[in-house]
Design a protein around this ligand. Structure first.
Ligand code: SF4
Length: 151
């Protein structure tokens, strides 16, 4: 299904049911996946302000994944440094990549975007069927953050 707004074209999956199971699987490495929790510079600054921690204490600078500027550090067990038990202690300021999970969006060029999702998330297949509004909201968050970056 599509969201078409003036020059933007966004495709999103149909008939997907999703409800977060609060399992925190997305907050660390799994047997099959090494998790890269990428952060935009603005996001790292926001977490630093909230936690009063230097960015370097929780994230590593990267140069090969623009627009992302940092990757979150993980514990020896491969979990995000902000995961305590199954709780995210920076939930309100968690990065966009966490807000999107298990969904991701690919920029196909020419203002054409497409959403996809990973079936590794146990929340897929549970709960209500996702409607257009769900993806519109995620997309709006992305656009608003990207606008802040270019300011
Ligand atoms: S920032 Fe929060 S939601 Fe994101 S990976 Fe870390 S603990 Fe999980």
């Amino acid at each position: 299904m599509n969201i078409t707004k003036s020059h933007l074209h966004v495709e999103f999956p149909r008939n997907v049911h999703f409800e977060c199971s609060l399992c925190a699987l997305c907050c660390g490495d799994t047997e099959t996946n090494v998790r890269k929790i990428l952060l935009l510079k603005k996001e790292a600054e926001k977490i630093s302000k909230k936690t009063r921690k230097d960015i370097e204490s929780f994230a590593e600078k990267i140069n090969d994944k623009a627009p992302y500027a940092y990757v979150m550090r993980k514990t020896n067990s491969g979990k995000c440094v902000f995961l305590k038990g199954k709780l995210c202690i920076v939930y309100d300021t968690r990065p966009l990549i966490c807000r999107f999970y298990p969904f991701k969006i690919d920029n196909l060029g020419n203002q054409h975007y497409t959403f996809s999702y990973t079936k590794e998330c146990p929340g897929i297949g549970r709960g209500p069927q996702l409607k257009r509004k769900f993806f519109e909201t995620l997309f709006a968050e992305l656009i608003s953050l990207m606008k802040k970056i270019v300011q």
